[in-house]
Design a protein around this ligand. Structure first.
Ligand code: AMP
Ligand code: MG
Length: 404
């Protein structure tokens, strides 16, 4: 039975980034750039004013002196021809600097007269000019392969007229639920029947990381139904099944995957919840068999599936960094397994505090809703005292979102 870290490494070394497609800039938000993008021109494109004021020749300027105004260039206007000695051109932010000018005097540092401008402060060249190419030179790499497209990357690419961008494909992830007890959303649960909520929680988790869920519905507890649905699922880039992976006589998932020539790399990991999880590969596609208990399903997705799907979509940093959080209360666990403890993290004066989010029984879904982190507690340690630090994976967002 692999340890948590070994299981995660086995999964990560089995999967590789998917192919590349070109998509429109806005559709690329959150996706990973697949090839270096270079600048086709300089940025800024031309020398321009950083202030509303007057374009001048610094050598003509002295405090208390005045310059004759011979022109006006608004933003969007064309540069005027060069200026005569002793003159100034009124200029707005972003407008091109006229040839010969080497400084801009902000309007706040001048006093206007009818057709001249009086200088109140010392003028140093090349003040308040943004020079052509000072940000980016033509040919520079502006966004590197592996970068995640966030608004700043979108801004950079848009500045260079890049209407489309090469990105890694989004993973299409098939989600298959198994079990005779399941009914679909919209039906009425009754004795022995529960709603197939895992299909929705998994699809949501898949979508949350930018992948594309394909909900396959329910495989009933017989081999034909399993095989039929699984064969369908193996057409996607990855298959996630839930339930039917323990040792019960109706737990058919592993057997049926084997019949479909999915090569099992492991079954059972020394973690809790999620112990019975299995992982296999077929023709480069990963198959994750998660336990059916809704909490176990979500936690194993978070800790084992999410990093793999991110890697497939070209992400480079796929394992969440741990946040060190200080326990408010005591936490106990049994030895022998890594425990994923659902915690509530609060940030006070820059310190992360962790409190148990409630009953840690895997049947308690409510605790999952109160949690905004998963404390990953090491295998052999059993008692964690108040004031002790634990390693936490934050859920659904970042630290900035924790303060209320
Ligand atoms: P199993 O591994 O098949 O024994 O299922 C473990 C537990 O998870 C059982 O209590 C199931 O009722 C529950 N479960 C299985 N599949 C789902 C599902 N798709 N949605 C919600 N709960 C489920
Ligand atoms: Mg079952």
């Amino acid at each position: 039975m692999p340890t948590f870290e070994v299981a995660r490494s086995m999964i990560l070394s089995s999967v590789s980034p998917l192919g590349v497609e070109r998509v429109e800039l806005m559709a690329a938000l959150g996706r990973v750039v697949a090839e270096d993008v270079t600048a086709p021109w300089d940025l800024p494109v031309y020398d321009n004013s950083a202030m509303d004021g007057f374009a001048v020749r610094a050598a003509d300027c002295r405090v208390g002196g005045s310059l004759r105004i011979t022109g006006y260039i608004p933003a969007g206007g064309a540069a005027t021809p060069g200026i005569e000695p002793g003159c100034a051109v009124r200029i707005m932010t972003g407008a091109p600097i006229p040839p010969g000018c080497d400084a801009v005097v902000p309007v706040e540092e001048t006093e206007p007269t009818d057709d001249a401008v009086l200088l109140r402060e010392r003028v140093k060249h090349p003040q308040h000019i943004r020079f052509r190419g000072e940000d980016v030179r033509s040919g520079d790499t502006v966004v590197s392969a592996g970068a995640i497209l966030r608004p700043p990357e979108i801004s950079m690419l848009a500045s260079f007229g890049k209407a489309t961008v090469p990105v890694h494909r989004r993973a299409r992830v098939a989600v298959l639920s198994t079990g005779d007890e399941l009914i679909e959303l919209g039906e009425q649960p009754g004795s022995g029947k529960i709603i197939n909520s895992n299909a929705l929680s998994l699809a949501a988790a898949v979508r949350e990381i930018g992948a594309e869920p394909v909900i396959l519905g329910i495989a009933r507890d017989n081999r034909e139904s399993h095989r039929e649905k699984m064969a369908e699922g193996l057409k996607a880039d990855a298959l996630i099944t839930s339930a039917g992976v323990s040792a019960g006589d109706r737990d058919l998932v592993r057997d049926c995957l084997a019949e479909l020539e999915v090569r099992q790399l492991f079954w059972k990991v020394d973690i809790k919840p999620g112990g019975p999880v299995a992982f296999g590969m077929k023709e480069g596609k990963p198959v994750f068999s998660l336990p059916g208990n809704p909490v176990s399903t979500m936690v194993t997705f978070e800790e084992l599936v999410r990093p793999a799907l991110l890697k497939m979509m070209g992400h480079r940093r796929v394992i969440k960094p741990y946040v060190q959080a200080t326990l408010r209360g005591e936490v106990h666990k049994k030895p022998g397994r890594v425990h994923f403890v659902r915690v509530r993290i609060e940030v006070e004066n820059g310190v992360h505090w962790a409190t148990s989010a409630g009953d840690q029984n895997t049947g308690i879904l409510g605790t999952m809703l109160r949690a905004n982190g998963i404390a990953v507690l090491p295998k052999e340690k059993t008692v964690f005292s108040p004031g002790e630090e634990v390693a936490v994976h934050l859920l659904h967002g970042d630290v900035g979102m924790l303060e209320e």
